[in-house]
Design a protein around this ligand. Structure first.
Ligand code: AMP
Ligand code: MG
Length: 393
């Protein structure tokens, strides 16, 4: 059995990469990873811009200035100022080339066409220099950036309309179990509603992966083999849930073996999700996640998420983590490394109740996973613990 760090490294070492590029409209770029650097075609700001409502002036020897005109945002008049002259100016307006400072209106007393300045003047105050954010020809955004709303905003400010991104993987989610019934059907004794498929589809969608398909497989060796074989042929990533353990009716491991999936690892020293499998076949990355929904979801965030990011060439693959002080004592059950559903509060991190692998409810309140190393015992309030930040919360 390997430890969690080695398991993540192996996923990132062996897991598949995509090299297919796609040009999309900037407005459709959300959640894609940039395949090429974006070069700015313009200076931003494109001209010396006033950062305040006030008066642009050419600093003279006096505190009195004569107003000789007005420039508002969008104007393209370039007034010529001599020493002792000022123009009324507004935020975002082009500062006349001959002005060398902008005084905010709150610091000015106006008397007809004259103003008196109530502060000492410093050259280039309240002026955003041309090209302050980026110069034409400079790299506006690096390849590997996962595009979020803020990135779309910045690129739009540079006039970008198209970006080149990496194609997203097509993902098959195969859920296994005789007991599984789709929501909407009648639940008979011994059956449960299938939820991993719906959950993983939705979580993937939240992250921008919409090319997904869910199939329910009965606990049947031949069916498991056939569905797996077909899924591996058609998809870039296959996620199986359930059936990877050692029970008599757990056919997934046997089927992986029979159809020639190359095992990269099976079983990780962790709780939850000990019977985690990762393998490769024909360039497709294959995960066997535990069937218990909470265990499946934490394994998804820890192991599948980084592979999705690697596949797309993203700069940051793993979810970010920080150390935060624990808000109350916690006594650890078991000696394995643990991933615990937790919530970041203002003062620190709180480990939530309902940690069982079968209990998905507490995950709804979680915005983080606390990651405790193996052989942790009693953890005291105030002690710093590694906290993995979950996306979109
Ligand atoms: P397994 O890993 O197949 O032994 O399943 C472990 C537990 O997770 C069992 O209680 C299963 O009924 C449950 N389980 C497995 N797959 C799903 C699923 N797709 N949705 C909800 N529960 C599941
Ligand atoms: Mg099962």
């Amino acid at each position: 059995m390997i430890d969690t760090t080695t398991a993540i490294e192996l996923v990132l070492l062996h897991g598949s990469i995509n090299t297919k590029f796609l040009e999309v409209d900037l407005s459709d770029g959300l959640d894609y990873v940039l395949a090429k650097d974006v070069i700015s075609e313009i200076d931003m700001p494109p001209f010396r811009q006033s950062a305040m409502d006030g008066y642009a002036l050419h600093i003279g020897d006096d505190v009195f200035y004569t107003i000789v005109g007005e420039v508002k945002a969008g104007d393209n008049n370039n007034l010529t100022l001599n020493k002792g002259e000022a123009v009324r100016i507004f935020t975002g307006a082009p500062v006349p080339v001959t002005a060398n400072t902008v005084v905010m209106q709150e610091k000015v007393i106006v008397d007809g066409s004259k103003i008196t300045i109530e502060e000492s003047l410093i050259v280039n105050t309240n002026i955003r220099p041309q090209g302050e954010q980026i110069k034409a020809g400079g790299i506006a955004m690096n390849k590997g950036t996962t595009i979020k709303g803020v990135h779309i905003g910045f690129l739009a400010s540079l006039g970008v309309t198209k970006i080149t991104v990496c194609e997203k993987p097509s993902i098959a989610i195969l859920v296994t179990g005789n007991e599984l019934v789709s929501p909407g059907a009648k639940l008979c004794y011994g059956e449960i509603y299938e939820s991993n498929g719906a959950m993983l589809t939705a979580v993937l969608k939240e992250l921008g992966y919409k090319n997904t398909l869910v199939l329910i497989i009965k606990d049947d060796y031949d069916k498991t083999k056939n569905v797996l074989k077909a899924a591996i042929k058609r998809h870039d990533i296959v996620i199986v849930t359930g059936g990877v353990s050692v029970g008599d009716y757990d056919y997934v491991g046997k089927a992986f073996n029979a159809i020639g999936v190359q095992e990269i690892f099976y079983k990780v020293k962790q709780k939850p999700g000990k019977p985690l499998f990762f393998g490769m076949k024909e360039g497709t990355s294959i995960f066997g996640l535990p069937g218990n929904p909470a265990a499946a979801l934490s394994c998804f965030y820890i192991y599948v998420y980084p592979l999705l990011k690697k596949y797309e060439g993203a700069e940051h693959m793993k979810l970010p983590s920080i150390f935060l002080p624990l808000l109350s004592d916690y006594s650890v059950k078991g000696t394995q490394a643990q991933f615990l559903k937790a919530r970041i509060e203002d003062a620190g991190i709180m480990i939530l109740g309902g940690q069982s692998s079968a209990m998905i409810r507490a995950f709804g309140d979680a915005n983080a996973l606390v990651c405790l190393p193996k052989n942790s015992t009693e953890i005291k309030k105030g002690q710093n613990v590694k906290t993995i930040l979950l996306p979109t919360k």
